[in-house]
Write a protein that binds this ligand. Sequence first.
Ligand SMILES: [Zn+2]
Length: 456
Amino acid sequence: MKKLRFYFAMTVAKIAAFGLRMLGRNASYMPGVIALKIAPDFMKYLKKPELLICVTGTNGKTTTSNFITSALRSAGYTVTNNSFGSNVQAGVAAAMLLNSTLSGRHKNRAAVIEVDERSSLKVYPYISPDYIVCNNVMRDSIKRNAHTQFISFILTKAIPESAALILNADDIISCGIAPQCKNRIYFGVDAERPEREEGVKAKDIVYCPHCGGLLEKEYIRYSHIGRVRCSQCGFASPERDFCVTDIDRENETFTVTSEKGSEQFKLVNDNIVNVYNFCGCIALLETIGLKYDDISAAFNSGEIVKTRFIKEKLGDKAELTMILAKGQNPVAVSRVFSYVSKTPGENKCLLLFIDDKADNINNVENTCWLYDLDYEPLKDPSIGKMIFAGKRCLDQRLRCEMTGISPEKTVFVPELKNSSELIDLDKYGDIYILYDNYLMDEAYREEKALKGRCSK
Ligand SMILES: [Zn+2]
């Protein structure tokens, strides 16, 4: 009877997907909602592809799953991927059903599925992945995600014992998830050990999760990413099986060392956050037996997903860089601020769209994350002007004043539209637009306006 319900759900969802496509609409979510409404345990009856990989963690899921997909395709796999769809339960169901036959047999050899941490309990027990990559667990959207301990608990409860885990050894929180899984591969970055800690001052972990002793730091890169050891019981960051041992920014390469030796890859993006993501991809791909040439091909052809990072010329005078700076996510935005301040260039002007548009739809937005966000990098002398646009611009002003950012360098405007007109293109050569993922359209509109001004 239950199986009949599955077939019915599959048929109706496929018809709905067909209809949506005929209307020119996106079918990467709704068919999943329909299937789960008819058969709540729908995913249990889907047959697994030969290789099922899931990617989770607070930051870097899309970049990681795109690189993994690209390498697998280079190695000749046909791959199901939901990176351009939704990563919650219905999005996962939609991606799987659209790539399955009516009887539930998967059409592709592999599936690389991005899974939102909060959806873990509704996904992992049903689809039982072969491998799960977890890049990091950090504070993010506290109204939804509460605390990192809560997220770790959900992951531990949801992940089946049979899954092999690819974990960030330099993140003492994520490397401790799901102890029931005995097959654990660790990756990390040893190159460019920082001399001083920077970024978010608020820490998600300070004491040992086993005995409560103080965690002593060998070094910390940002937030809690680094190497630690418990002062009482000796619990420490695990050894890395795959480790970035060199980052050559000049020649745009990085080296990963494992028991097999050292291998060099193209450095597609030099933000340290992405170096971690890349090493996670390599750890997984080598573990499943992909050849160096196929992994390397993904880096040679790959760019960071276009909605996340774009660098382009603005006429012959200026350069524009657009970077996703996810709202409610203090660690991710702190890393973007730090990256912009460290990127070469003496003459930077920033347009910041980090208003909490999505957060204020059904209730009052929570601005507490701005006090976890590190504004210090914005004091860098290379940044000449910052335009904070959006309804919450006065909250930004308060944070800038608290940080001691010179008032002459800042402008606060409530309207996003036409805010790029405040950029003086004769004065500034390095223009940045930093935008929340819910303000992507508004950011691209200003990008277009800037290009229009430059072509005149
Ligand atoms: Zn301890």
